[in-house]
Design a protein around this ligand. Structure first.
Ligand SMILES: [Zn+2]
Length: 290
């Protein structure tokens, strides 16, 4: 991220905040408060890339969230969406991939009793093979071990599935490969951790990385929900199975700029409707922070 970008986002956020707050108060009064589901990847102080958040920024973001939002689980997210009414601005935290460097961040969430869903890719965890994107970039980031994930699950972190190889499921046409990435990988993870795996997150998660077949396979496989990451909000009355998220790695202002909805911009993100056979494939445009 360009060093000036956080400052520009801060200025935009500050300038639009009164309008956002007014809109949020109206949404709360109408029982239409959305559930915001951010995605983090790696919390570490080496500033290695755009999807690494320094621990101090993560701590600041979580403490700010605690002051301004109900912090809830994905199950509670779905309950509020299904009920058709939500009177409280709400956030459900998630992580994708499963990097060992997240230990301190997860410890902080457990200390603060903040619910969290932690999506892991099984090949790096079980076979100890590096992520393909890390191999290509020359990163040496370790994945969580099975023992670490078992401990996190026992401590109350919900563990979710994120395919076997972190592939782009929109490019997977072979039904057997789809089954392996979505279902067999989940079953392997369940067996290794001896804990139920109830949620799935599509790798990359933009419109162009989602597939109608993938959503249907996730439903048929018995997942409670499947997550995208193109930048949608979850409003009461929406389809609760598809949980819409956005990546917020980086300075805390990225998360703030996403969590407090900018009503001038949020409506521009088309929802991926997996129920239809011709889903919209438009790029996300809301609160870009990459
Ligand atoms: Zn991922």
């Amino acid at each position: 991220m360009h060093p000036l970008k956080p400052l520009l986002i801060q200025l935009y956020y500050g300038g639009t905040y009164p309008y956002r707050r007014r809109w949020q108060r109206q949404a709360v009064r109408a029982g239409r408060a959305p559930v915001v589901v951010p995605v983090f990847h790696r919390i570490a102080d080496d500033a290695a890339n755009d999807w690494t958040t320094p621990l101090a920024d993560f701590r600041a973001a979580v403490l700010w969230l605690k002051r301004h939002f109900d912090l809830i689980s994905l199950a509670e997210t779905q309950r509020r969406v299904r009920s058709g009414r939500n009177d409280r601005p709400s956030v459900s935290l998630t992580f994708d991939d499963g990097y060992a460097d997240n230990a301190a961040a997860l410890e902080l969430l457990l200390e603060l009793e903040v619910p969290c869903t932690y999506f892991v890719t099984t090949q790096p965890v079980i076979e100890r093979a590096p992520f393909e994107h890390d191999r290509q970039m020359g990163n040496q980031f370790a994945a969580n071990t099975v023992e670490e994930l078992r401990g996190l699950a026992q401590a109350g972190i919900e563990i979710g599935a994120h395919t076997r190889t972190h592939c782009d499921l929109a490019r997977v046409d072979d039904p057997e490969r789809l089954y392996d990435e979505l279902v067999a990988a989940r079953d392997d993870l369940q067996q290794a951790l001896d804990t139920p795996i109830r949620y799935f997150a599509f790798p990359f998660g933009l419109h162009e990385n989602l597939s109608v077949a993938g959503f249907h396979a996730a439903r048929e496989a018995g997942y409670a929900g499947a997550c995208s990451a193109y930048g949608g909000y979850n409003f009461p009355g929406d389809d609760a199975f598809h949980i819409q998220r956005r990546c917020v790695d980086g300075p805390a202002i990225c998360l703030k700029n996403w969590a407090v909805i900018d009503p001038l911009r949020y409506g521009r993100t088309a929802r991926f409707e997996y129920q239809t056979q011709s889903p919209p494939r438009q790029p996300a445009v809301v609160g870009a922070c990459e």
